[in-house]
Ligand binder design. Structure first.
Ligand SMILES: [Zn+2]
Length: 380
């Protein structure tokens, strides 16, 4: 038996007035997703455990049966895994722009990729401590790693959450490591000014110790591949020692290389027992707040990825799970924590006829803890 897990990021939504009081998913009524619901067994799953922020990292760990309460140490550490950065403690490190004590831009005055690389190089060269390291990621994003241990990880704030506010109120918590972070932030202002950078300060956040994820193969007794358009998911895949597959032309938006992605899934399914595909486009459109466009994005996914796969895979020899990681209501333009609909095609059936937020609630599996999804899919 093969297992295919399809995760369209942010697919679930709320009813929208502009769509005749339907959700984008209900409005789109995607043929192939409806097929999975009709031919399979449905329910709704809690993918964001209480007390966690509704993010793709938390939700996807939960879907994979990896309890965030036990294994999640922060976004910084997962991004570090994805970048192959080694160390003991990691923070996500933004280049930001502040003015008169106010956080003006979390993306460093729209600093470009090349200039940003130079900035991180300068920070690494001038750094005041041997045990810290700066690593450039993509555009304004980087990682600040520590090669020595600290007992306590300071609480920090995400720079995009404090736009327009006085940043002093949101500086890292003042424990031993937090004091060093604050010192580095102050120090970075001189370095960035001296090299004439568009950004004028670093902002370390979401720090944590190196996560000790179990190995996917050991936990589930099979080899797994992860195909994702975002670093956060690739980091989880690497942390679980899954095979992380890159596809050319992936844009993490609705103009992505659908054909290339679908082909990569087919190729991986031939060689592995388990394939997880996480795509980003629908979530991005949710953040844009355009209900109609989100419905169109759902149709694109349904036709170009799901339809393409259903036409080509061995349906009797493959169990399929379709589930968004979390909801991204266009009305809010951000993520929410409510349970998400899912359909499993594994030979069992219930009375659900369409794949939607409300229809799946009536499914035979009811409301479940997302941590149980893998067990249900694999029927361990
Ligand atoms: Zn999102």
């Amino acid at each position: 038996m093969k297992y295919l897990v399809l995760i369209p990021d942010g697919l679930a939504d709320w009813k929208c007035e502009e769509l005749g009081n339907r959700t984008p998913l209900e409005y789109a009524s995607p043929e192939n997703m409806n097929y999975l619901a009709r031919e399979g067994i449905c329910g709704v799953a809690r993918t964001i455990p209480q007390g966690f922020e509704p993010g793709s990292d938390i939700a996807n760990l939960t879907i994979l049966g990896i309890d965030p309460k036990k294994y999640y140490t922060g976004r910084g550490p997962i991004e570090a895994l994805s970048m192959g950065v080694d160390g003991r403690i990691f923070f996500r490190c933004n280049l930001v722009y502040v003015e008169n004590g106010v956080m003006v831009d979390y993306s460093g005055n729209r600093i470009g990729d090349r200039e940003s690389r130079e900035v991180f190089r300068a920070l690494e060269k001038e750094k005041p401590y041997e045990f810290i390291h700066f690593h450039h990621g993509v555009s304004f994003r980087g990682i600040l790693s520590f090669s020595r241990e600290f007992d306590e990880i300071p609480k920090t704030s995400a720079p995009h959450d404090i736009m327009g506010e006085r940043f002093e109120r949101y500086l890292p918590e003042r424990n031993d490591l937090g004091m060093i972070l604050v010192e580095l932030m102050e120090w970075s202002r001189d370095v960035l000014r001296d090299i004439g950078s568009k950004a004028n300060m670093i902002w370390p956040w979401s720090g944590g110790k190196k996560p000790e994820f179990p190995e996917f193969r050991e936990k589930y007794g099979m080899r797994g591949s992860m195909i994702s358009e975002v670093d956060l998911l690739r980091g989880i895949g690497k942390g679980l020692r899954m095979d992380v597959v890159e596809v050319e032309g992936m844009t993490a938006y609705i103009d992505t290389n659908y054909r290339g992605i679908a082909r990569a899934v087919l190729k991986e399914l031939k060689r592995k027992d388990f394939v997880l595909l996480h795509t980003e486009g629908i979530d991005e459109v949710g953040h844009e707040g355009d209900a109609e466009k989100k419905a169109e994005a759902i149709i694109m996914y349904d036709e170009r990825i799901l339809g393409y796969l259903l036409d080509r895979i061995d349906l009797d020899g493959t169990k399929i799970l379709l589930i968004p990681d979390h909801a991204t209501p266009v009305k809010l333009r951000t993520h929410t924590s409510e349970p998400v609909p899912f359909a499993i095609k594994d030979g069992r059936r219930d009375d659900v006829r369409v794949f939607s937020e409300s229809a799946c609630k009536m499914g035979k599996l009811g409301l479940i803890d997302g941590l149980n999804l893998m067990e249900i899919l694999l029927r361990i």
